[in-house]
Design a protein around this ligand. Sequence first.
Ligand code: NAP
Length: 217
Amino acid sequence: MSIDGYIDDATASRLLLSNDADFDRVDAVRAECDAILVGAHTIRQDNPRLVVRSPERRDARIARGLPPSPIKVTLTAHGDLDPAASFFTTGDTDKIVYCASSAADTARKRLNGVATVVDAGDPVDLNPVLADLTGRGVRRLLVEGGSSVHTRFLTAGLADEAHLVVAPFFVGDSRATRFVGDGAYPWNSRYRARLAEVRQLGDVVLLRYALSERFGR
Ligand SMILES: NC(=O)c1ccc[n+]([C@@H]2O[C@H](COP(=O)([O-])OP(=O)(O)OC[C@H]3O[C@@H](n4cnc5c(N)ncnc54)[C@H](OP(=O)(O)O)[C@@H]3O)[C@@H](O)[C@H]2O)c1
């Protein structure tokens, strides 16, 4: 995020906040996960690939009997996703779409052949989604945004660890998207999160927070 807490600006193009060293750190974190989740709006807005970039890390995963990149996961209420998005077309790995019941049939037709669409109820509840992922062998899930997804996981107390990277500039535009939205977070002035690590990576800083007793396992 920017110094003032934004994870994008208000323009249509993607805002780069990380530097090369941090993109490489994220790649290493991805390589250690079983699945990566983003919200449907991030797919529509940023068209991310969400794959492990380093050939050495991909090879190391294959040697461990894993797909080269983690499973890709998204959440959608409306099912309005483009099968040509990089999320679906890149990476030799499964793609799973958890979709609200009312849109699941339409999404299944639209994404036929590029993703598994799971009817996730109405409204979509994260706990059954996580239970379903566990059933598919996912032990470690990396949530990469955007704001509404961060807000849902954090307010529900479902994150074990948070990685917050601060880029050295301001966005200064309240039309832009913040790291999180309004909500009742488990951590407040009386119940502080545990700061587990501070790491400088060139001109950005990583803050790692331990958010549950499962941190570090
Ligand atoms: N700097 C970074 O590291 C970073 C990373 C990721 C994203 N971003 C930025 O974040 C912004 C996007 O954030 P955002 O908050 O607008 O969107 P988002 O969190 O990416 O996606 C929101 C969408 O996800 C679906 N969704 C989320 N929770 C759901 C639930 N419980 N049940 C059903 N569907 C659910 C809905 O999709 P439908 O609308 O399809 O129903 C919702 O509109 C973009 O500007 C992007 O650039 C920045």
